[in-house]
Design a protein around this ligand. Sequence first.
Ligand SMILES: Nc1ccn([C@@H]2O[C@H](COP(=O)(O)OP(=O)(O)OP(=O)(O)O)[C@@H](O)[C@H]2O)c(=O)n1
Ligand SMILES: [Mg+2]
Length: 404
Amino acid sequence: MQIKELPPEFLDAKQVLQKIEQHGYQAYFVGGCVRDTLLHKELHDVDLATSAYPAEIKQIFPITIDTGIEHGTITVRYDRKSFEITTFRTESGYQDYRRPDQVTFVRSLKEDLQRRDFTINALAMTATGDVIDLFSGLRDLDQRLIKAVGDPEQRFQEDALRLMRAVRFGSQLDFCIEKQTLVAMYHKAALLEKISIERINAEFSKMMLGQTPMHGLEQMIKTKILQHIPVLSAYEPQLQQLISHVPAVRLKTNVEVWTLLAVALRLNSTKLKHLLRTWKNSNQLLNETVIATQAAQTMCQRELTAWELYQTGWVLLQQSAHVALLYRSTISLARLQKQYQKLPIKKRGELHINGKSLLKAGFTPGPHLGQVLEQLEKSVVAGELPNDTVALLKVAQKLNPKED
Ligand SMILES: Nc1ccn([C@@H]2O[C@H](COP(=O)(O)OP(=O)(O)OP(=O)(O)O)[C@@H](O)[C@H]2O)c(=O)n1
Ligand SMILES: [Mg+2]
């Protein structure tokens, strides 16, 4: 099979491959970029593989960087751009189920492709667009199957993260996991405990942001993978309920992902923070999810007050509403937007009074100033007071009678 017109992302790299070929070596596009081109999907990275050893690549290109030379990866500078090229290799060892103990450079493309995880990821393509399919990856792309290359148990034994990758690709591409591969996942599920939570999280989030996240969750339950991931393992019944309640959902952001889980698992703020911290999410994601969850849980029961709308902010309100809509179909985004737009102010900076103006008016410095300001802010947001400096100062003086 030949791809006649290569996407533009390949064009610069094509020259690099051809230059390597001119020196008598083989060089190919490999991995996800070939898969995604065949599926007409957006490409994120173009991986290059070659029969040339790192030292030989250095002889061809005057400027190189030893990016991961012990694994055979070199960055080549060509035409003012950078390209990562990896020498064909086999891997052995895998004592820790994560990394091979030993990498051996080889000259054969087949040996390189057969250590890869799934058949659809084991395709190669020449500079001129010829697809090399040694493990029936094209058939599996056609049948929409995630199938391990060779012996599935061995593939998962080598790198247990592949358990999550199988589920992730299944959801991203809306593919099924082939039967033997699924059985092997069930047998090897416990190996996931060897994998760092950061890497599990990265795959899990991609899965949840994919086309069929509920199918992904279902497969995590069926294969028992769920039993070997932190915190969520304790919530199987709630996740099962979520799957039957919202069979089809497309989530757009990580905040939506974790907010949906928080709502489905009925987590209070302490438990939610524990989940998010255990999964090593960033502080920003944690803070935003806590706010969005609070709003979503409330929206499932009743409309938000002006103060709640104000505190959540428009960006998080949209995400909360997207989640809450799955539980309460009467929520209207247009109505929410109208209510938000009607707020007299959108942030504290818009309040026509601040600490400085209070001090200028003779207030003594101290924490009570913050309390007075918050009271004024609440009253303005609720529409009980105009956002007017003179009026606000008057009320401030009443709130703090000791001051003149
Ligand atoms: N645990 C892993 C990780 C990667 N690979 C191989 O390395 C390639 C590149 O890995 P990566 O960039 O992680 O995945 P992609 O398939 O490129 O998918 P993505 O779109 O997420 O980049 C994969 O296609 C696969 O051939 C593998 O065999 N086993
Ligand atoms: Mg990739």
